[in-house]
Design a protein around this ligand. Sequence first.
Ligand code: SAH
Length: 298
Amino acid sequence: MLERIEESFALDPIAVTINETDEPRAIWETVAWFGDETEADAARAELGLSGAVIAPVRQRDWVRESLAGLAPVHAGRFFLHGSHDRALRRAGGIALEIDAGTAFGTGHHGTTTGCLLALDEILKRRRPVRMLDLGTGTGVLGLAAALAVKQSVLATDIDAEAVRVAKLNAVRNGAGPLLQGVTAPGLHHPVFKAKAPYDLIFANILARPLALLAHGLSALLAPGGDLILSGLTLDQERWIRACYRNQGLVARRIVHCGNWVSLVLRKPVRQTKTRRGGPQRVSETQSAARAPGWEIDA
Ligand code: SAH
């Protein structure tokens, strides 16, 4: 059916959807939208579908409906909203205005929320001064941290469009001078080393690149610094923790948001050599990692 619609020059539907409505009997439903009833009627005749139903489409305010799905997000001290919800800002906490667009990261996704909750916890303890946001998307994580501590952040992404959006969001949130945006795949750019070591690193990308970046990211982290990882699912958590444990990092906090996991990993201040020469966790961080309440389910 779709081929017939596409091949016919006489038919020019606005959109066509095809859904399997009855899997066991392999029955599919095709819906085509036309500008008006005359066009729909002509299409029905052209395709010889005398039984096809023509019905008017209910008028809907699509803009309002799609924005309603993007209600503000609260994550610890952070309040994220689109420009349509600017009036909802309240005094106190840290508000961030980010519109949905061509880059990932409005705060609605479990990985972003998890990282913000992890950041909120870290900020209760200390104020980072050298920060890196790898896979910055809209810049959301780097900007949240930069606004919270009034320090600059290096924000990088493999996608030049994301870096453009992140810089724009920095300006919109009054943090233009605080965000240095660089387009780079992984850690392939001299800027990473030039600004190292970092006492806070975000990397919300997928599990596989996180596994590949374990050595590079760990090497950029200052002793006592925190690495917030996300983009991994529940079944990938042990694998990623093991990759970073091999680099001497200690899991300090795990945040669950649905099926998504965010990890806070710390580089111990002192590392002692194992007999085989690998890094070992110091006992202080080991006992803290086992302390009750170190997992958050959001
Ligand atoms: N930090 C934002 C966006 C996360 S989406 C947030 O937490 O919401 C992941 C981002 O990582 C995307 O913008 C994607 O372009 C970028 N990315 C994916 N793989 C990357 C890589 N190897 N190096 C750098 N950036 C990468």
